[in-house]
Design a protein around this ligand. Sequence first.
Ligand code: NAD
Ligand code: MG
Length: 394
Amino acid sequence: MVARSITILGATGSVGLSTLDVIRRHPARFSVYALTAGTRAEELAALCREFRPKIAVMSDFTAAQHLADLLSDLPDISVLSGEQGLCDVASAAQACTIVAAIVGAAGLAPTLAAVHAGKRVLLANKEALVMSGKLFMDAVSVSGAELLPIDSEHNAIFQCLPANKIRDPDGAGITRILLTASGGPFREHSAEDLHTVTPAQACAHPNWSMGQKISVDSATLMNKGLELIEACWLFNITPDRIEVHVHPESIIHSMVEYADGSVLAQLGSPDMRTPIANGLAWPERIDAGVAPLDLFTIGRFHFERPDLLRFPCLRLAAEAFEVGGTAPAVLNAANEVAVAEFLRGNLAFTDIPIIIERTLALTPVLPADSFDIIFAKNAEARQRAQEQIDLLTD
Ligand code: NAD
Ligand code: MG
């Protein structure tokens, strides 16, 4: 067996480490071509010592210098830096599979480089697709890249669809996609209690262990809003055919309903190694180190409708998708800035949707005709969101 060589964009993060754990279990099947990280040089150095990539990239220049020092006894590992370094390892001829696991808009350029190079792209970085939507999917079809979703819900939907009709809902006889959501740590909080929740509480997700940004997104339901948009683009389906079901057990990762009344679901423990292993080995199945599901212990499944009054971010995302053009990129940018300020303790949890709504209202929508427009709107919206935060918190 020739090992598949992998680049992991965001190797030190939650998805990156889960990916490396699957790879660790299959040394003959996978080899690591490149590992990348933002600023945490020590953590990337430790991963380089274990996995011996050809290239390591830090997006931060000072951190790259530090990494080069830390790896000075391993001259076979080249150290690169900056966005160009990320794009180089995402598109390199030596890498077959790119795991797109950088958080936020910073992942768009390198993920796109992988798409343009026609790679197998395992997409965790939903923000990249939310920002650029049709442009991203058009780039996938032009290059022939193999886009495999590893966001757990989208991987579940992918598994429940006929392989030759992933982007043909009518041809496949699909009536609806049932997109499940855990409801996050504040599912049962009153509107008043939400004002005072802390970053630590928001990051303590009941079922999943994830990076800080997506944990807060899960708590506001923005994550489900981003995932609604992600599903529309991935599966070429309109939002009126997607229904969010809050399912607090997080065992059913999503479902597809067909015209004959069948509903296919994918179940599993809430562990990202399952969708990651599915993408890495697809169409084969490999051990992911995940404990078997014990339905007797779980006992019951529950479902409820999302509460858009307490959690307006889901509504804001759906509206931005309806508006179209650059609106989803603005939504995403404002959310990133607001979440970062919430995590720093500078913004109340309930101010996150307020900042997003104001930023959307203040940022004129343009047709999303080019990636340059998307990048420009992303920068503009970040600035406006920061201004709105300064006004609100003065
Ligand atoms: P994380 O914060 O744990 O890790 C982020 C990674 O990106 C780190 O390696 C970090 O060094 C790198 N990074 C951060 N900023 C960067 C920058 N400016 N330039 C280059 N690299 C940078 O995040 P995560 O939870 O692993 O999530 C990663 C992506 O996967 C997000 O888009 C998230 O929505 C998506 N996702 C995560 C999960 C999960 O279980 N964690 C599930 C589904 C989807
Ligand atoms: Mg998800």
